[in-house]
Ligand binder design. Structure first.
Ligand code: ADP
Ligand code: MG
Length: 307
């Protein structure tokens, strides 16, 4: 296959998850039949802790075997592609398992070697990537002395080695301060153009403005999926606002899903989410944060209400 054909083939490729189930040896069913098509662009995989995000990501990266189902890239199972798949895959794991005694540069060289990159290519890319993630100055220092944010950026840099077609990021902003979060987010949105990017997070702002599509995962099931705009639109007419006294607010916790509250001069401006029309409340436009609460917190709240 010529180089240009290879490129065409990649461009047309879709990453396809076909009915993925995962049951861990202890019997925990972490994924209960997940099907998904990913094309170039940023996907936000959103769900609370324990939803199955990391399990799904490890299966997509080929690190973990599914109990049932397949991951297919183009027309081929990723298991069959093996090395060819790993060549086009960049993965940023959730856990910071870095070699603390390595310098930043040495770590990237080590990862480039594991990826099977040509020496000349690594020599070109490593300084550029260090610059892009703003670590040029720290590149000669030992990773053990890096801050959490610097480690995250270094992990992101290694995921970008060899310009992967598929970029999988598991909680890339975990443990970062707000400024670093914004920086990583902007950076991801810049480099994502021609890639399939899957970004797992339980933090709405991480994906709010950059994801072309959001996948809501709860207890191993995709419960909804769509553009941020469409997900938000579904909540239109379900979000309500009113000023209440602090006593009223106390009672409200029991039987209302509270999305937000702000202290104002005459009490609290409270925002709730409810399917039903709320007498005396004003309907307001929903946000993606409301989408999160509606899909992931409502279950808990309903449970509490029954008790
Ligand atoms: P998330 O990344 O969304 O927080 P995970 O994929 O890490 O979710 O976990 C999904 C579920 O599977 C959780 O209930 C978790 O406790 C369980 N789980 C994860 N890894 C293992 C494992 N190696 N063995 C058993 N259960 C696991
Ligand atoms: Mg996880």
């Amino acid at each position: 296959m010529s180089i240009s054909n290879q490129e065409n083939y990649n461009e047309k490729s879709i990453l396809h998850l076909q009915n993925i189930r995962k049951i861990y040896p202890n019997g925990k069913e972490a994924l209960k039949g997940v099907s998904l098509d990913l094309t170039p662009g940023i996907y936000g995989l959103l769900g609370p802790n324990g939803a199955g995000k990391s399990t799904m990501i490890k299966i997509i990266t080929g690190l973990l075997d599914a109990t049932e189902g397949e991951v297919i890239y183009g027309y081929e199972n990723i298991k069959q592609m093996d090395r060819r798949y790993r060549k086009i895959l960049g993965y940023m794991p959730q856990q910071q398992k870095l070699y603390e005694t390595f310098t930043g540069t040495r770590f990237l060289w080590y990862m480039a070697t594991l990826k099977g990159m040509a020496k000349e290519e690594a020599k070109k890319q490593i300084p550029r990537l260090l610059e892009v993630v703003n670590l040029s100055e720290a590149a000669g220092r030992k990773i053990g002395h890096y801050s959490g944010g610097m480690k995250q950026r270094l992990l992101l840099a290694q995921a970008l080695l060899d310009d992967p077609k598929i970029l999988i990021l598991d909680e890339p902003t975990a443990g970062l301060d707000p400024r670093e979060r914004i920086r990583i987010r902007n950076f991801i949105s810049e480099i994502a153009r021609d890639k399939i990017v899957l970004l797992a997070t339980h933090v709405v702002p991480d994906i709010e403005c950059i994801a072309k599509e959001i996948i809501l995962l709860n207890e191993g099931v995709i419960i909804d999926q769509g553009t941020p705009f469409n997900l938000i639109r579904k909540l239109e007419g379900k979000v309500w606002e009113k000023v209440v006294s602090s006593e009223e607010l106390e009672n409200m916790h029991k039987d209302h899903l509270i999305s937000n509250m702000v202290s104002v001069s005459d009490g609290f401006l409270v925002k709730i989410i409810d399917d039903n029309n709320q007498e005396g409340w004003k309907a307001v436009h929903p946000t993606l944060e409301d989408v999160y609460l509606y899909n992931f917190e409502r279950v808990n709240y309903k449970g509490k209400k029954l008790a």
